[in-house]
Design a protein around this ligand. Structure first.
Ligand SMILES: Cc1ncc(COP(=O)(O)O)c(C=O)c1O
Length: 409
């Protein structure tokens, strides 16, 4: 048999349950041999302690701990990796090489790392990080409270598979990280049906086309991902879906879409989420100084993830303790809020700004249709701020918050 080099993985850890679970995780691998507490035999020999499995253990290991260590480190075997688990007592009772003061050490963590073990590190780190969160008294992983606690356990679609909330991640090479280079839709589920799904998908695919995405999943593939995610989560009501399509992962960091050679990344993030505004009491708006993007620079008809324009306005809204902020176009006419379309009613006539500077919202289109069907006077036109200030009624529209009356603070 051809003997290959064995890489020994040394792991010092406490509490013991932590290293034991890691050891058993490694034991599942065909290429890894685990050695559980090789110095324990020495410890039992020296102390004479009577413990369960004492005889079994003594028969398995040489009584001379040092000899055991020599063998572990130097003996080549058939496996590629050898995982040696030592526990606290053994460190204290074992050879000098394995003795050290308790407490954290500056060299704890991943040391200058042999590249031959890169794949093993890549595979082990998620499990290590997960287990690290369960260290008693650890504040590293303290989680903030979620607005809706049932969203703690979600299944999300990323790429081409479903995964749990904490594992659902995109690569740092993804265009969405590099440049906010993605398109998105917000969907709402009512009684097991997705409201205006086809209209949302039309806008998603139009946005992707306007941004010249390539290797875009088909409409059927996107639908399948949405339905599978909703079914796996048993979500049929009171649910909002953030559907994102990024230009995908790049082969190297950089702006050019020529680096995007993996195809688009599809994300289906479904959450339990009641409408986000108080639609009984109404919402308070403030007018932001940040102007809404014009088609001269970034066309608001593309529903893209580069949301800084709206986020700056939202910050102004937050600073004024308002629910959202009205954004004006470059000439000072109202376009929309940072997150919704806006309507006014004056003397029975309904009006909303042209969609030159605002997103042509799906809810906006629905309200326009309803108004027309009700034979109301419905106009799309330039509307100034003072017309909103003097309107009989103002309301906003959007998938996330539905229809929200605007009230005076
Ligand atoms: C800036 C902006 N305006 C309006 C809307 C409302 O659009 P819809 O009714 O399609 O949800 C959204 C929703 O994403 C938005 O981001």
């Amino acid at each position: 048999m051809v003997k290959q080099e064995v890489e020994v993985i040394h792991l010092w850890s406490s509490p013991r349950s932590f290293s034991t679970s890691l050891m058993y995780a490694f034991a599942q691998r065909d290429d890894t041999e685990v050695l559980d507490e090789p110095l324990y035999a020495n410890y039992l020999q020296v102390t004479g302690e009577q413990t369960p499995y004492r005889e079994e253990l003594l028969s398995k290991w040489e009584s001379d701990g040092n000899k055991v260590i020599q063998e572990i480190i130097f003996a080549p075997g058939e496996k590629k990796y050898r995982f040696v688990k030592l526990n606290l007592e053994q460190r204290q009772m074992g050879a000098n090489d394995f003795r050290w003061e308790s407490g954290p050490k500056p060299f704890d963590g991943v040391w200058p790392f042999p590249s031959s073990m890169y794949n093993l590190l890549d595979q082990s780190l998620p499990l290590y990080n997960l287990l690290r969160c369960y260290i008693r008294g650890s504040s590293n992983c303290a989680q903030p409270e979620l607005p809706v606690s049932t969203n703690e356990k979600l299944l999300l679609w990323v790429g081409d598979q479903i995964m749990p909330r904490e594992s659902a991640k995109v690569s740092v090479f993804d265009s969405i990280v590099q440049g906010g280079d993605g398109v998105w839709e917000g969907l709402r589920i009512y009684n097991g049906k997705i409201f205006k799904l086809e209209e949302h998908l039309d806008r998603l695919f139009d946005s992707a086309k306007a941004l010249a995405f390539s290797n875009v999943p088909t409409r059927e593939q996107v639908k399948e991902a949405i339905f599978k995610t909703l079914i796996k989560n048993e979500m049929f009501n009171n649910v909002h879906v953030r559907l994102t399509l990024t230009r995908g992962k790049k082969v190297t960091s950089g702006m050019s879409p020529t680096f995007n050679q993996y195809g688009c990344t599809l994300i289906v993030l479904a959450e339990w989420k009641p409408p986000v505004y108080d639609n009984e009491k109404g919402i308070v708006l403030v007018t932001a100084t940040t102007r809404r993007n014009s088609p001269n620079n970034l066309d608001s008809k593309i529903h893209h993830n580069n949301l800084l324009n709206n986020i700056l306005a939202k910050i102004e809204g937050n600073n004024a303790h308002a629910d959202d902020a009205i954004m004006l176009d470059k000439d000072g006419y109202v376009s929309e809020t940072n997150a919704t379309n806006i309507f006014l009613v004056k003397k029975g006539c309904v009006a909303t700004p042209h969609s030159d500077y605002c997103l042509p919202g799906v809810t906006r289109a629905t309200v326009i249709d309803l108004a027309v069907n009700e034979n109301l006077v419905m106009v799309e036109r330039r509307i100034s701020l003072s017309e909103f200030h003097t309107a009989d009624e103002v309301f906003t529209t959007g998938t996330m918050g539905e229809l929200s009356p605007v009230s005076y603070s």
